[in-house]
Design a protein around this ligand. Structure first.
Ligand code: GAL
Length: 655
């Protein structure tokens, strides 16, 4: 049995029977069985139906839904409905509505329209959670608890007076006394010194840049407030429903605002929602990155893909439909990278409401549709792939990922508006993906020792502990690759003393005389070929050697790419924005240094991941490929000795 008590890979989606008359439920369950569905998420937005007026509850309909599902052998991921407080709640507690940075009180009629620090909200959320826990905590259909839905989805930051008061309490905890806070925030700058905690306000819109350390602490405070809301409900369920795993659905691709490293130990199994950035032609690379990051948050353990889409979503600028077989490629790419569950938003397409143009497992057109046929085929294939479940994914290299550093890097008044955290992570990830290398993500202070290569994209905020971690890693024989604008400030957004990059000067064996951001559209040439843009630096070597120099531009003649041999290892530095083939050519040298060997003979556009004893091959190309691999294919049963043939757009899983 897997972590949620399912003997194979979990398959299903959000099930919202409250949108349909009861006779449809019977058809739903019959079709779920036909599609191979074994897990559904129920009740996510049902608060107003479960508690129609404050303190009165109507559970009979949910009793019938759970019993029906149980009778059909379909397990239930039961949600607390707290992401959608009922209309009576917002009406009765107007002070609980979120307030924007500009001071606008947000209206009702959507979802997540509550302030994350509202005491009235917390009380109401606990009450409905207790009722659900008491009633269903031991229900035989219950496999998993799904707390809330995508915390911080639309109410990540609230700037109301309740939040201001809570922020002051949080600051006392973090900094202790006012002198420490004033020093940490550098409030002697612009005469911002605080004489009491009561004088501190959230970083509301001001005439000019608000103190960046204050802003950074506010982001931490908000992330913690959402976590506290999760923990509160989790603790209620743990007491009332012992032994049943509890999770919440992360959204690591779309949500910048939660520090999920802090959440991973709070959930019993990591679950993530992923939606393609559909307009991007290479969106399957971003998908792979998010799947690798999710597995890394899970500490390598298996995780659940709690939501994705069978085809188009409804909330992007242009909602591009998935083409035939893309659904299976997307789903199996998540499985290859550690997912033990493939779930969708949602089971049956809605007839009304804001999401009626969103694809579903059962489309508006019913069962005589391509999507339905692909959904049933996927269900059968997942059943055939049950051996993948709980197998560890073999990673080749590591990449550092840090939400706090991301927040800090993208605050206002940085040296260039073109500096962007995810852009750099994705640029490096793309090259690793194209080299068919599997990536684990690690926290900057996490254990690096087992990786031959660690890539550090633009880690602007680098704590002394992280810098020490990187230094020790290199001394012990590791190969570190750092991209520009890393090692600049500490956790309070204060510059590390001395020349840039203060925290990483020693390990990189260089100093930066000056940042030389480029003009919009300006390109610089590196010797030996390759154009770069956005950023350059005036680098002085103090132990490192220059492996590429700037051929022109503001840093002409100076080092652009360097390597510092130190201890038993080496630290590479890329001081400009390289992408595509020029970045690939630097990386090829780094791989040689690190002893990392990309699998030979795999064409570009073919994804190859090893999970346990199985190898998953996904052909994203428009033509067929043959790979030099031997084994038995799990989906077709074919045995191949002299190469495995993977038709265009298909997936093969080899043992
Ligand atoms: C998710 C959300 C779902 C649904 C979906 C549509 O972010 O959790 O409830 O709205 O997006 O893509």
């Amino acid at each position: 049995m897997g972590p949620v008590g399912i003997s194979g890979i979990a398959y299903g989606g959000d099930y919202n029977p409250e949108q349909w008359p009861e006779h449809v439920w019977v058809e739903d369950v019959a079709l779920m069985r036909e599609a191979g569905v074994n897990l559904v998420s129920v009740g996510i937005f049902a608060w107003a139906l479960l508690e129609p007026t404050e303190g009165t509850f109507t559970f009979d309909w949910l009793d019938r839904v759970l019993d029906l599902l149980h009778g059909a052998g379909i397990r239930v991921d039961l949600a607390t409905p707290t992401a959608a407080p009922p209309a009576w709640f917002a009406h009765r507690h107007p002070g609980s509505r979120p307030v924007t940075r500009e001071g606008r009180v947000l209206g009702a009629g959507g979802r997540q329209g509550f302030c994350p620090n509202s005491a009235e909200y917390a009380r109401a959320a606990v009450r409905i959670t207790e009722e659900l826990g008491r009633r269903y905590g031991r229900h035989p259909a219950l496999a998993l608890w799904h707390v809330h839905n995508e915390f911080a989805g639309v109410n990540a930051h609230c700037y109301c007076d309740t939040c201001a008061a809570a922020f002051r309490g949080w600051l006392r905890e973090r900094h202790g006394d006012l002198d420490t806070l004033n020093a940490a925030w550098g409030t002697s700058f612009w005469g911002q010194r605080y004489g009491s905690f009561g004088q501190i306000e959230p970083p509301r819109v001001a005439g000019t840049a608000v103190n960046p350390a204050l802003q950074l602490d506010y982001l931490r405070f908000c992330s913690d407030a959402h976590l506290a809301n999760y923990q509160r409900e989790r603790d209620v369920l743990r007491a009332l429903s012992p032994g049943v795993p509890i999770t919440t659905n992360f959204q690591i691709a779309n949500c910048k605002w939660l520090d999920y490293w802090k959440w991973t130990t709070e959930v019993d199994i990591v679950a993530n929602d992923h939606y393609l950035q559909a307009e991007r032609l290479d969106n399957h690379i971003e998908l792979a990155m998010c799947a690798d990051l999710t597995r890394s948050l899970a500490g390598g353990a298996s995780w659940l893909l709690m939501e994705h889409s069978t085809s188009a979503v409804n909330w992007q600028a242009r909602n591009i439909a998935k083409r035939p077989r893309e659904l299976a490629r997307n789903s199996l790419a998540h499985v290859a990278r550690g997912a033990d569950g493939v779930m969708f938003f949602q089971w049956r397409a809605s007839a009304f409401g804001a999401e009626k143009f969103h694809s579903a497992m059962l489309p508006q057109g019913g069962t005589d549709t391509r999507i339905w046929r692909e959904v049933t085929e996927l269900g059968a294939n997942l059943a055939a792939l049950r051996d993948l479940r709980e197998c560890p994914v073999a990673a080749d290299v590591a990449m550092v990922w840090d939400w706090e550093s991301w927040w800090a890097l993208e605050l206002d008044w940085r040296p260039s508006i073109d500096l962007a955290y995810r852009e750099r992570v994705e640029a490096y990830y793309e090259q690793l993906w194209r080299a068919h290398l599997t990536v684990d993500f690690v926290h900057p202070e996490g254990d690096l020792g087992r990786y031959p290569l660690v890539v550090v994209p633009s880690l602007y905020l680098t704590t002394p502990a992280a810098a020490k971690n990187f230094g020790g890693y290199v001394d012990n024989g590791g190969t570190l690759l750092v991209s520009y604008f890393s090692g600049i400030v500490d956790g309070n957004d204060t510059i590390h003393p001395g020349a840039y990059p203060g925290a990483l000067r020693d390990v990189l064996g260089l100093t930066i005389e000056e940042f030389l951001p480029l003009r919009g559209g300006e390109l610089v040439q590196l010797d030996g070929g390759g154009l770069a843009d956005v950023w350059a630096e005036d680098v002085n070597l103090s132990g490192a050697a220059a492996l590429r120099r700037y051929a022109d531009g503001p840093a002409a003649g100076g080092p652009a790419v360097t390597r510092h041999r130190r201890g038993d290892g080496q630290a590479w530095y890329v001081s400009t924005r390289l992408s595509g083939p020029p970045l690939a050519s630097v990386l090829a040298e780094v791989y040689r240094d690190a002893g990392v060997t990309p699998p030979p003979g795999v064409p570009d556009g073919v994804e190859l991941v090893r999970r346990g004893e199985l190898t998953v091959v996904i052909n994203h190309r428009a033509d067929d490929v043959t790979l030099d691999l031997a084994g038995t294919e799990l989906l077709t049963g074919e045995r191949s000795v002299d190469g495995v043939h993977v038709p265009a757009g298909l997936v093969r899983v080899l043992r």
